[in-house]
Design a protein around this ligand. Sequence first.
Ligand SMILES: C[S@@+](CC[C@H](N)C(=O)[O-])C[C@H]1O[C@@H](n2cnc3c(N)ncnc32)[C@H](O)[C@@H]1O
Length: 233
Amino acid sequence: MKPRDPKSIQNLFESISHKYDFLNDLFSFGLHRLWKKNLLSLLEPSSGENWIDLCCGTGDLSLALAKLVDPSGSVLGVDFSNSQIVQARKRSLANSSLAISWLKEDVLNTGLPSGSFDGVVMAYGLRNLANPEAGLKEIHRLLKPGAQAGILDFNHPIEGSKTARFQKFYLRSVVVPIASLIGLREEYAYLEESLKNFPEGSSQKEMAMKLGFDKARYKLIAGGQMGILLLTA
Ligand SMILES: C[S@@+](CC[C@H](N)C(=O)[O-])C[C@H]1O[C@@H](n2cnc3c(N)ncnc32)[C@H](O)[C@@H]1O
């Protein structure tokens, strides 16, 4: 499994899509739902706005967002894994009154017009991109001037800190052994690998400001295990 190699990442998420939601709930004790709620409450999307969820996976965040921008707003979920998009589409069929659509595409190459969204969210996507800086640049391009983005992901704690030690322990001694039981050892061992070159929160903020964002804030959550990067274009 090559970190940040788009083909390997795409294959990984194609292969785990059927178990993805179950394992997300299991490994986070269901807390990823709370962290996503936290992300949305910081962004305060309003009715009538048009938002985009990049790296939407099976679409849980897109759906929660669509409920907030309802009735006249819309959400577009984008992911390059076909099977993740299939799961997302199934999820939205059960909520057919919501204005939500799906696009199977690389988020670094959507071809969508510049300045077309009132807001952007991305959960657990930035760390997986071939180039996170290009991801932030694309987010800036997609946003209307003054609009907001919220990016939720693992925090990359300072090496040797208590938070870093706990993160390593949890990923190596809990996540990987459990994933191995269902034949997904390599897929979940990739989590720790993907964090190695992922910039720390302060570097993410600096990167965003250099790319032209007007404001950047990084908020630690889950005892420092996760972080939310909040950006204003
Ligand atoms: C860890 S999952 C997160 C899914 C969802 N946002 C969530 O929070 O549960 C990462 C998702 O990003 C997608 N992804 C990774 N790189 C991508 C890219 N360059 N373009 C589009 N999707 C990408 C994968 O297919 C996968 O569904």
